[in-house]
Design a protein around this ligand. Sequence first.
Ligand SMILES: Cc1cc2nc3c(=O)[nH]c(=O)nc-3n(C[C@H](O)[C@H](O)[C@H](O)COP(=O)(O)O)c2cc1C
Length: 308
Amino acid sequence: MRVFLAPMEGVVDYLMRDLLTSLGGIDLCITEFVRVVDQLLPARVFYRLCPELHQHGRTHAGVPVRVQLLGQHPEWLATNAQRAVELGSPGIDLNFGCPARTVNNSRGGAILLTEPEGLYRIVAAVRSAVPNGFPVSVKMRLGYEDKTLALENACAVASAGATEIIVHARTKTEGYRPPAHWHWLAKIKSVIQIPLIANGEIWTDEDARQCQILSHCHDLMIGRGALALPNLPAVIKKQQSPINWSQIKDLLWQYTTYDLQHEKSRYYPHRIKQWLGYLRLQHPEAQCLFERIKRLKTTDEIVEIIKG
Ligand SMILES: Cc1cc2nc3c(=O)[nH]c(=O)nc-3n(C[C@H](O)[C@H](O)[C@H](O)COP(=O)(O)O)c2cc1C
């Protein structure tokens, strides 16, 4: 069984990837999306979203980090995919699931799920631009407004040469509202020959097992669950005990010291509150801490409290 860490724009950046992969249990990370329109992006754009490219596309714990591209033009996606791999990405992931209106209005993200031939063209172009041996994965949803094209989309992507498919078990219209429809993944799995990775609404070890049973997938991708319980991947994969609040406080401090050393530190107040927003789903102590910092605006004030 493999566990992937889900891409989460504005939340799971290289600092968070470093921290979470240091806890074990994660086999692969996928970056926040790199938006591709109609040009070859400069190397600095890739390095900004994926500084791990400077260290052979791996986190400090040695976990590979695959660059994700979001766009709609096959040729530009292919050219940028080639560049990402040249810069050190150990493969490419294509985003066919983003629900954001601005992205969908310019025909990127989940809107592409309304047109299986379009998906085929994109994956085929990217596959032929990326050297053999480098995976090209696709991250999609069950559909845009409904699930009628779910199987056709998966077949299109597989026949265009994708190495594996990650499916967030909801449509774009279903957004992030529970439940995730894991049983739909079993239908997809029955019509494709490449690995399928199940994603959506896995918060506990029990959810993971239930998802595996209903989806018939061994491999899982976890997003928000890993922010709420940072060692969830190791709990699921290695039967580790969930880490306790005192260990989480250490992680919050580690994250703080990490963050303040980097150029993105001006976002620290927002980011630490955002993470506590997920942690409080599993830990009542995080709720208390959140209450104490939620109105504070400056880094110094917040750091004083986190230092505790
Ligand atoms: C804040 C946020 C940002 C996200 N950003 C991305 C992204 O950049 N690329 C992507 O493919 N999915 C993105 N997603 C979707 C997640 O990767 C994942 O599919 C979704 O959260 C369901 O998994 P979960 O229930 O384990 O969180 C994002 C989700 C959230 C909540």
